[in-house]
Design a protein around this ligand. Structure first.
Ligand code: DMJ
Length: 657
């Protein structure tokens, strides 16, 4: 006799008392038994052997499943602990819907090695005067020595579309693993002197030049715009946006970093005596968050002065009404006196970059205040956007509706205005939270692949790599100066263990951003550049008349700073030095201040715009200073993450062991 077929086998082993006719089932069971009796001993043994085998396999897979469950519940324990003790709940989205390409969340790696516990302002931590790169190598060596193979296995592996990435702690751990200690930094000593004595003559000249530029800008602000939002240096007056001393607050940490003690002290007195947020005024949620909340938080961290934390709490809580929308996507505008919020008059949409680039600041505010409401509100936005349909290979539309939470104006994709810092904050939140929030990493990696696929092209004449825009499947070779944040962000990702080709792209884009300055007659970049795709001897960069202005923006010097920190290639400093000369030559206003200009192509008629943006002091000059500084521990990129307005915030301590 042949062994029973699979069909017979099923009919032998299955019966269903809940089937339509129970009697039929009973009958079938009796006939099954008869059939079983009719089988030879060999056949019966074979069947019993197969059943036993199935049982053993079942038990084995049960134990591995329960182990997996145990792993997950361990992780949940950790989350709860983290939540309880740190009130910073980075991986709240852990375990959310995971498709086949979604990274696997494992427990954070346990590091036995205890690193030097450096506290106080970075400028005082001279004992570790190593570069970010050297620091990383050193750390890896130590980790290798101290951690066995077992620990190696615990390194996080994340995958995105087949690319396996070891997201290990490539960076130095944050200053302390003790959450409470980290939440309340000790008051540091006085800021460093303006220029450290031990620097090379070239560095000294460059740092002094940046400090001179700052003092000149500050002089104009102090003389003609003190306590107001912005200086109008040509008319020697001021402009008001929110009426909150925007330039002064944006510049606080820059002064501290440069060691400009007197200027810092007088600004602090103004914050103490004159700054009030109890005003019937509409402010933009994003701008107020990145410039004022970010500026106050970073100044608190650098100085340890409670005044700045109190002010940060005040403005942070006054911004919260923005999140009271049907969709939880915040409104663009808040009246910080009345506690009401609304979208712009002409639409119920918010700008995507604006609602997704306030997270670093609100999350940090929650950590410092132990009040979760801030980070819950901004994390909710990220969770919604993460799940939202309408992305194009990770690229996001520029608007999102505050009523229904859906993307609007779909089909237009840019790394420039209205979308730029969405991408920046995906990476930076992941770094801030200790590289544990895999949804952020996944979205970032997918977006960069989308950028490479849809937006990166090369010019015809000189093969310059640039990032264009996509409008309803039509490629537009247009790049905002704003996009020049991208080389720095890509380099930061690569430094934190992301793919090496991100760094390759960063190097190429950095060259292009440099060319956007170099090829202009004033040595200053236009606000928007178009690129030639035609193979010809002509120019790579084309500037339309309406795009010829320069607003003293920081993005290129920001990226130069990252590129220099990670590569130590002196050319990045030299490029920055040329840029600073051009700013001094064409935008410096006698009597004090710097001005935006209308035309970077005409050195004889630049057309001063009579406006000094607050980010010139908050960002542009700060990044120049950090680019030229030899002190790699001055705001180490392994300890701080810069918000999109160049305000450094600490990378959170590692989760509890
Ligand atoms: C700044 O306010 C921020 O850098 C923002 O992300 C973009 N715009 C300006 C600087 O250009």
């Amino acid at each position: 006799m042949y062994p029973p077929s699979r069909k017979d086998f099923i009919s032998l082993t299955l019966s269903d008392p809940h089937s339509q006719n129970y009697n039929n089932g009973k009958h079938r069971r009796q006939s099954c038994w008869r059939k079983w009796k009719q089988l030879s001993r060999l056949q019966r043994s074979l069947i019993l052997f197969l059943l036993a085998l199935l049982l053993i396999l079942g038990l084995l897979s049960y134990s591995s499943i329960t182990e997996h469950w145990r792993g997950l519940s361990d992780q949940e324990d950790w989350l709860e602990l983290n939540d309880r003790e740190l009130k910073a709940i980075p991986p709240d989205a852990a375990g959310e819907a995971r498709g086949p390409n979604i990274p696997i969340l494992v427990k954070p790696p346990v590091k036995k090695k205890i690193f030097a516990n450096k506290r106080g302002p970075p400028s005082l931590q001279r004992d570790a005067n190593v570069s970010d790169t050297v620091g990383r190598e050193k750390q890896e060596q130590v980790v290798q020595e101290d951690e066995g193979e077992e620990e190696e296995k615990q390194k996080k592996i994340v995958s995105w579309r087949g690319a396996m990435i070891e997201a290990d702690q490539a960076t130095e751990p944050p200053p302390s693993a003790n959450e409470k200690e980290a939440a309340v930094p000790p008051a540091p000593a006085n800021p460093a002197g303006t220029v450290p004595l031990e620097v090379s003559p070239e560095t000294r000249v460059r740092l002094e030049a940046v400090c001179d530029a700052f003092r000149h800008a500050w002089k104009g602000y102090k003389d003609y715009a003190w306590g107001h939002d912005e200086l109008k240096p040509i008319s020697k007056s001021f402009g008001e946006w929110f009426g909150l001393g925007l330039t002064l607050i944006d510049a606080l940490d820059t002064m501290w970093i440069m060691g400009l003690k007197e200027e810092f002290a007088e600004a602090k007195t103004w914050v103490e005596k004159d700054l009030s947020f109890n005003k019937n005024v509409d402010v933009n949620l994003f701008e107020t968050t990145i410039r004022i909340l970010g500026g106050l938080l970073s100044t608190y961290h650098l100085t340890g002065d409670q005044l700045f934390l109190e002010k940060a709490k005040d403005i942070g809580s006054r911004l919260m009404p923005a999140f009271k929308t049907p969709s939880k996507i915040p409104f663009s505008d808040v009246n910080i006196g009345k506690g009401t919020a609304h979208p712009p008059r002409w639409t119920s949409d918010s700008t995507l970059a604006e609602v997704t680039s306030i997270q670093l600041e609100f999350r940090e505010l929650s950590r410092l205040t132990q009040d979760p409401q801030y980070q819950e509100a901004v994390n909710e936005v990220m969770t919604l956007v993460h799940k939202l349909p309408g992305k194009h290979d990770g690229l996001v539309p520029m608007f999102i509706n505050t009523n229904n939470g859906q993307f609007t104006h779909k089909g237009v994709f840019t790394l420039g205005a209205r979308a730029d810092s969405y991408y920046e904050y995906l990476l930076k939140q992941w770094i801030q939270g200790g590289k544990t929030e895999d949804n952020l990493l996944e979205d970032y990696l997918e977006a960069i692949e989308g950028v490479k696929k849809h937006l990166v092209r090369q010019t015809g004449p000189s093969k310059l790599t640039f990032v264009g825009e996509l409008s309803h499947n039509r490629f537009n070779p247009k790049m905002d100066h704003l996009v020049c944040f991208l080389p720095g962000t890509l380099a930061l990702g690569a430094h934190n263990g992301l793919p090496g080709d991100h760094m390759d792209l960063a190097v190429q884009l950095m060259e292009t951003c440099h060319q956007m300055y170099k090829q202009m007659e004033t040595g200053l970049s236009p606000e928007i550049a178009h690129f030639s795709l035609q193979a010809s001897d002509g120019s790579d960069v084309i500037v339309k008349p309406a795009d010829r202005h320069n607003l003293l923006r920081p993005e290129t010097v920001e990226s130069l700073f990252y590129m220099y920190r990670f590569t130590k290639d002196a050319k990045y400093r030299d490029w920055g030095w040329d840029m600073l000369q051009s700013f001094n030559k064409y935008t410096k206003v006698s009597g004090g201040g710097y001005t935006s200009i209308n035309n970077v192509r005409d050195p004889l008629s630049t057309g001063p715009r009579d406006k000094m943006e607050s980010f010139f002091l908050g960002e542009t000059l700060k990044y120049f200073y950090l680019l030229f500084s030899d002190d790699m521990e001055l705001l180490s990129l392994d300890k701080y993450v810069f918000n999109t307005e160049a305000h450094p915030l600490p990378i959170w301590p590692s989760p509890p062991k």
